[in-house]
Design a protein around this ligand. Structure first.
Ligand code: DAH
Length: 349
């Protein structure tokens, strides 16, 4: 028994030293087999138990079992150490903290929104309020109250999407004029941006859903000169100080007189051509870009909202935001504003 104890002691020491020096999983497995395998050193020692006197066998068996338990624990520790060393190596290789990080795309204000914000900013600085209105409107606000009765041919200019019950997806922002004047006594000064809908076939110049900005100023003594001055200043603020504004006689049922408002084409600077003999594609060679309609609020509209047309007068305008965007950003196709192309939006950032 003394001999066995001694052998076990030496064997355990050798094993511990070997286990501490192990550098890989295969080596570790070889070590296990060498000592604890079917023909391993410990197994061979165990076979000698039968040669001992019977009263020592029990103790010998226990001594061997203790050593085996120790060895197994050491093997477990060594395996754990190998695993964490492998993880450290892997981490050190795969994470280069100096490597440039992939940038997450920075968003930006959509160009349509930016034009709306700049226009509203101009008007709020001049004492106007920003108001909004519903996109689905009863016929009354869209047409009747704006001096466009049922049989009026001007209704055809507003080829609209009809919902049930005489409700229409508003084809212009002008109904907000009526809602505002019915709600507030004069004077009123508002600007009203919003989405509008028309049954237009989509092409480079038309969208069936687009934005307008409506303006309205009603007070005592307001005349056409105020309208011209205001819109000229607005255009100069948005396009630049060189900008001119042109008013062409036109017709809208809700204004009298009415005008179509144009501003200098920013692409050709109003010359109508971009190079020698090359017609400007932006303005079609006219040198002007159409912004929308405007005029002096028709007395019938004032009467409808119970404003006294002998005492009060006012101007109004309605501009197409995407149309303005085409000219301002020199874009060739209005659909670019709605097809969510991040490259396009980044260019205009
Ligand atoms: N609502 C008109 C349209 O969409 C544009 C317009 C013209 C608005 C004259 C106005 C205005 O306020 O006075 O075609």
């Amino acid at each position: 028994m003394a001999g066995l104890t001694e052998s076990l002691g030496r064997l355990q020491e050798r094993f511990a030293a070997a286990a501490a020096a192990v550098t890989g999983e295969r080596e570790l497995e070889a070590l296990r087999v060498h000592y604890l395998g079917r023909n391993g050193e410990v197994t061979q020692l165990r076979r000698t138990i039968g040669t001992l006197p019977p009263d020592e066998r029990r103790e010998a068996g226990k001594a061997i079992n203790d050593v085996v338990a120790d060895m197994e624990a050491l093997l477990e520790d060594a395996a754990g150490a190998l695993r964490s060393r492998a993880l450290e190596t892997e981490l050190a290789q795969s994470i280069d903290v100096t490597f440039p990080a992939p940038s997450c795309g920075l968003g930006s204000i959509h160009p349509v929104r930016r034009i709306i914000e700049r226009t509203c900013d101009y008007f709020t600085r001049h004492g106007f309020a920003v108001v909004l209105g519903p996109e689905a409107e009863p016929e009354y606000y869209n047409f009747d109250a704006l001096n466009i009765p049922d049989d009026h041919p001007a209704r055809e200019n507003f080829d609209s999407f009809w919902l049930n019950g005489g409700i229409v997806l508003r084809p212009h922002t002008s109904p907000i004029q009526v809602r505002t004047m019915q709600r507030y006594p004069p004077p009123v000064a508002i600007v009203a941006p919003g989405k509008c809908y028309r049954r237009d076939a989509t092409d480079a110049r038309h969208l069936y859903a687009f934005h307008q900005i409506e303006g309205l100023l009603v007070a005592e003594g307001i005349h056409f000169g105020h309208l011209k001055g205001t819109l000229e200043h607005l255009c100069r603020e948005i396009f630049g100080p060189q900008q001119s504004v042109r008013f062409r006689p036109s017709y809208f049922p809700f204004t009298e007189p009415s005008a179509e408002v144009d501003t200098t084409c920013p692409k050709c600077g109003g010359t109508g051509h971009v190079a020698e003999n090359a017609r400007c594609a932006m303005c079609g060679g006219s040198g002007w870009i159409e912004l929308g309609g405007a005029g002096m609020v028709h007395p019938n509209v004032l009467l409808e909202v119970k404003y006294d047309p002998d005492k009060y007068s006012g101007w109004a305008f309605g501009f197409g935001v995407e149309r303005l965007g085409l000219a301002l950003y020199e874009v060739d196709d209005i659909r670019r504003f709605v097809n969510s192309d991040p490259d396009f939006l980044a260019q205009l950032r």
